[in-house]
Design a protein around this ligand. Sequence first.
Ligand SMILES: NC(=O)c1ccc[n+]([C@@H]2O[C@H](COP(=O)([O-])OP(=O)(O)OC[C@H]3O[C@@H](n4cnc5c(N)ncnc54)[C@H](OP(=O)(O)O)[C@@H]3O)[C@@H](O)[C@H]2O)c1
Length: 244
Amino acid sequence: MTHTAKVVLITGASSGIGAAAARRLAADGHRVFLGARRTDRLEELAGRIASEGGTADFRRLDVTDADDVRAFVAAATERWGRVDVMVNNAGVMPLSPLAALKVDEWERMIDVNVRGVLHGVAAALPVMRRQGGGHFVNIASVGAYEVVPTAAVYCATKFAVRALSEGLRQESAGDIRVSVVSPGVTESELADSISDPRAREDMKTYRSVAVPASAIADAIAFAVSRPAGVDVNEIVVRPAASAQ
Ligand SMILES: NC(=O)c1ccc[n+]([C@@H]2O[C@H](COP(=O)([O-])OP(=O)(O)OC[C@H]3O[C@@H](n4cnc5c(N)ncnc54)[C@H](OP(=O)(O)O)[C@@H]3O)[C@@H](O)[C@H]2O)c1
């Protein structure tokens, strides 16, 4: 392990970008603590990281539950003594037109994508403050910059992630770094949660140019790797072939 090795917590590490970030950050020598609801996936990933020479542990996590996120951060702190980086990555994207009135899905996006990030801040910020520093990497989206039909609520949640991150950055200048990483279309399981048939069909064309999740993991690893005095605030990564 190098002298820059950090303790990195990743929410939503059971698939897609979170899983790719876990492998990449572990390969960089960091200790990764993985959270999601599908613990079979986390166990398999932690085993794979260990077999590749990395250090990983995991705990079941539902980011919609503030107490659970606090317990997740407490478990990592107990295990490795500190929390250097909190990657608030867990997210859902059940797209649909507003007129479809899928109110439950709107609420789920707000619960996971917005409340989940806030719960991550509430749990990790006091630990970072106590230890004299830390770094939040919040995963937003190109949907944090522009709105398209069927994505109004999803985009609203991602605009919120950027707003919260910017507020946190301003209020924490000096000891806490805050990075927003915004992927364009990326290979993952994200579109599986779309129940609206039209939005699901549209996504097939839109997602045909996806970049691998490792491309976003590279951006996260770049932000994490900067020296303590350098705060990479925003990174947008799109497929070269993507207009949106
Ligand atoms: N892929 C893209 O094109 C794209 C583009 C822009 C932004 N993003 C953002 O990237 C992030 C990662 O998504 P992904 O693309 O990698 O999709 P993904 O493969 O579906 O991964 C989403 C992760 O979030 C976790 N999750 C969902 N609800 C959760 C909850 N209540 N508590 C804890 N974990 C929860 C899932 O794990 P469990 O189901 O096991 O809990 C899974 O590990 C999301 O914030 C997404 O909005 C993705």
